[in-house]
Write a protein that binds this ligand. Structure first.
Ligand code: FE2
Length: 274
């Protein structure tokens, strides 16, 4: 049962056991297989959110309908060498697993995620973006406070984030933190393409609130649904345990999708199966 009233009140909803443990294990195994097969020397692209301007190279900007790996900043030494095995050096894999990966696509398009999206009131959800976020032990980077509508803007705003714990997430290994009721906050910035690069448009110069966030510790298999305007973040992982998670972002088909959003595809985004 999807508690839409709680989601509308808080801007998020924690759903323990939404995805079977066995499916999570399969998704994690597949994630490591993609990571192990990645040629880090050929594509040394780092993903970090701690700088005001996000890394936005061609490898990133062309990943909207591909499956590509991005490295942790701390996995590269001063000489540009990757210092760790792939599976502990990669920050994330994105952004089209939900369409093209034989293991991820059926889970993403399947009944469990569909029930959450429809249960929260979406009418014609389109699967727009998917990411594996490894948050590796010791070097997993923090994700600074943000609103997902900044990065996946539609008119009107419609993005819904579905975050799945592939491993147990705790305060120690960098779980999500969310601001209850914070989805009432106006969208502060919009991230978009500009020329060959990217830019932020500031719509509201006030910084996002810094206080009041609550940790959303989650066992593997838990889905956290996040309203697109809800401020959320996650800490760095300095622990000895990785904190792998998967995120799926869906938008309403009827909402206008701008041609200068960073994520662009050659074909329309798929819907849920069935
Ligand atoms: Fe987010």
């Amino acid at each position: 049962m999807i508690d839409r009233a709680a989601f509308d009140r808080d801007g998020f909803l924690v759903l323990p056991g939404a995805i079977d443990q066995e499916i999570c294990a399969r998704l994690l195994t597949r994630a490591y297989a993609i990571a192990d097969g990645f040629d880090v020397a050929a594509h040394r692209s780092v993903f970090t959110t701690t700088e005001q301007t996000r890394t936005a190279d061609d490898w990133f900007l062309g990943s909207g309908d591909q499956v590509r790996c991005f490295l942790e900043a701390e996995a590269i030494d001063g000489d540009g060498r990757v210092t760790r095995p792939n599976r502990s050096a990669i920050n994330k894999i994105g952004h089209n697993l939900h369409e093209v990966d034989a293991v991820y696509a059926p889970v993403c398009q399947g009944a469990a995620f569909a029930a959450i999206a429809f249960g929260l009131g979406m009418t014609a959800p389109r699967l727009l973006q998917s990411m594996i976020i490894f948050k590796p032990a010791e070097i997993g980077g923090e994700v600074t406070a943000h609103q997902d509508s900044t990065f996946l803007y539609t008119d009107p705003p419609s993005v819904l984030g579905l975050w799945l714990a592939l491993e147990d997430a705790t305060v120690e290994n960098g779980c999500l933190w969310a601001l209850p009721g914070g989805h009432a906050e106006p969208i502060r910035q919009r991230f978009r393409r500009e020329g060959a690069g990217v830019a932020f448009d500031t719509w509201d110069p006030r910084p996002l609130p810094e206080a009041g966030y609550v940790p959303l510790e989650a066992k593997a298999g838990t889905v956290v649904a996040l309203h697109g305007q809800l401020p959320h973040r996650s800490g760095a992982n300095r622990s000895q345990r990785s904190r792998a998670a998967f995120t799926l972002h869906v938008v309403e088909a009827s909402a206008h999708y701008p041609a200068d959003n960073w994520l662009q595809r050659a074909t329309p985004a798929p819907g849920f199966a069935g």
